[in-house]
Design a protein around this ligand. Structure first.
Ligand code: NAD
Length: 495
């Protein structure tokens, strides 16, 4: 019998109002059902919002350091249950166990960061322009937060949103991706065990149109934090914008790694393999463009081809596997359609280019790590987010051209350059148009205490992670205290 999961709404585990359900299966082995989940609708969302609104009244008044202690407790429970969470995540989402342990660890780190931040959340005191008057700012909560997450970081991304939202004193309605609801359900269970008031954390399972849209459109939700594709992000921005909701959008990427002629090639190679094929290329920060200086191009391509052949594809629970499956059939078809597009555009396939259907991989959505060489920057495979293990190699003849090609993108999330020239490194830090730049490291590897986000179609200017996200989840309140016992008119009486 498959495990049956429920929504957590108004402090109770309940079925969806419609009674409908959906199944979640293991992408490495379609025969394995992870669980049965409620397929919810606007009615379920409404119940969740009412509960969150009720919880907000008291939760906003709990001193922030006390809220932070609950987040720390959640982190402690995640430490105890780290292996269980990580194994579930690999079964549910497919990425290899070393990576799901990293995903869980990011959640733990984010919990502990929230604990620390709960004693900071600094306002400012600022001298008044008038005598006997005191000016200050403080952070106050906003209300009910609607949090919508993708499937590629089933634990880390929910924690990036839920911990700061709650620590700032907001209550939460959370909709995880329908491909990874079990990890999200486990996270909510942990939050409740840690002491988050049950009405303050509501999880509503279902599709984007069934649950995501009603969250975005609900009049009693004050802010939306969304991570997902640029396509959906634009729809959300438009809908939420009509009601002037605060919206944070963390969207797609087409990240590039530059390898200059003076780079340490072995180091750059390790970076490319990890950046392009980690999480089977299904990271917003995945390296999907490789920009090679012409002087090292042929040598590096040979090294890359050889090393890619050695990567082991398989079930992520096997510790010796490097590359897990794609998340679902639709994603496999999208990846393969881009491979066809690349071939038709005239790029040369160096490796991969087809589903991996060797004996025990037939049960899942496996795709061979794929590399195209001879890619022109105007080809679709060099411009559009593929979200799979497909790398496009572009040859350039100078540092300036490398930067120009890197910047020639509608996206601007992560970026990387391998060079041993300190001047080139500093120019790259200044001139690359992206929210994140790594020097001598791959495009992936965010740390939870650093701001995370991108420019152009990767987002709308907000940042997750670090201190920046605490500004998003709180309002700045400006307070003036006049202790002169008389009317003092700013801009008039002091002139
Ligand atoms: P997606 O946009 O299809 O879905 C993301 C979430 O939004 C899911 O929970 C989905 O059910 C929901 N959703 C779908 N349509 C909706 C709608 N109309 N209204 C409200 N909610 C809706 O993305 P995905 O396939 O889950 O994730 C992959 C994408 O996410 C990639 O583009 C990737 O780059 C991006 N991503 C970005 C970041 C970042 O921080 N920038 C991190 C991870 C993933």
């Amino acid at each position: 019998m498959s495990k049956v999961f429920r929504n957590h709404i108004n402090g109770e585990y309940i079925d969806s109002v419609s009674g409908e359900t959906f199944e979640n299966r293991n992408p490495a082995n379609r025969a394995e059902v992870i669980g049965i989940f409620p397929k919810s609708t606007a009615e379920d969302v409404d119940k969740a919002v009412k509960a969150a609104r009720a919880a907000y009244k008291d939760w906003r008044l709990v001193p922030a350091p006390q809220r932070g202690e609950i987040m720390k407790k959640a982190g402690d429970i995640m430490v105890e249950r780290k292996e269980e969470i990580s194994r579930l995540m690999t079964r549910e989402m497919g990425k290899v166990i070393a990576e799901t342990r990293g995903d869980t660890q990011e959640g733990i780190d984010t919990a502990y960061y929230a604990f620390g931040e709960s004693r900071r959340m600094y306002g400012r005191t600022v001298p008044s322009e008038l005598p006997n008057k005191f000016n200050m700012t403080s952070h106050i909560p906003i209300g009910v937060a609607g949090l919508i997450t993708p499937w590629n970081f089933p634990m880390a991304i929910p924690t990036w949103k839920v911990f700061p939202a709650l620590t700032c004193g907001n209550s939460v309605v959370f909709k995880p991706a329908s491909d990874t609801p079990a990890t999200a359900a486990l996270f909510v269970e942990i939050l409740i065990d840690a002491g988050v008031p049950p009405l303050a954390i509501n999880i509503v399972h279902g599709t984007g149109s069934g649950v995501g849209t009603p969250i975005v459109e609900h009049p009693d939700i004050n802010l939306i934090s969304f991570t997902g594709s640029s396509k959906v992000g634009k729809i959300i921005n438009e809908k939420a914008g009509k009601d002037l909701k605060r919206v944070s959008l963390e969207l797609g990427g087409k990240n590039a790694e530059i390898v200059m002629d003076d780079a340490n090639l072995n180091l750059a190679l390790e970076g490319v393999l990890w950046g392009a094929f980690g999480t089977t290329g299904q990271r917003c920060t995945a390296t999907s463009r490789l920009i090679l200086h012409e002087k090292i191009h042929d040598k590096f391509v040979d090294m890359l081809g050889d090393s890619t052949q050695k990567l082991k594809t398989g079930n992520g629970l096997d510790e010796s596997v490097d590359v897990g499956p794609l998340i679902n059939k639709e994603q496999l078809e999208i990846v393969h359609s881009y491979v066809e597009i690349g071939k038709n555009e005239g790029a040369t396939l160096l490796s991969g280019g087809e589903p991996d259907e060797s004996e025990d991989l037939k049960k899942g959505f496996f795709y061979k790590p794929t590399i195209f060489v001879g890619v022109d920057r105007n080809m679709r495979i060099a411009r559009e987010e593929i979200f799979g293990p497909v790398l496009s190699v572009i040859k350039v003849s100078s540092f300036d051209e490398a930067i120009e090609v890197l910047n020639d993108s509608n996206y601007g999330l992560s970026s990387s350059i391998y060079t041993q020239d300190v001047n080139s490194a500093y120019c790259a830090m200044r001139d690359i148009e992206a929210g994140i730049t790594y020097i001598n490291g791959p495009t992936i590897g965010a740390e939870c205490h650093m701001p995370f986000g991108g420019v152009k179609e990767t987002g709308n200017g907000h940042r997750e992670g670090g201190w920046a996200v605490y500004d998003f989840f709180s309002e700045t309140k400006t307070v003036y205290v006049d202790f002169s016992a008389k009317l003092q008119r700013a801009q008039i009486d002091n002139r």
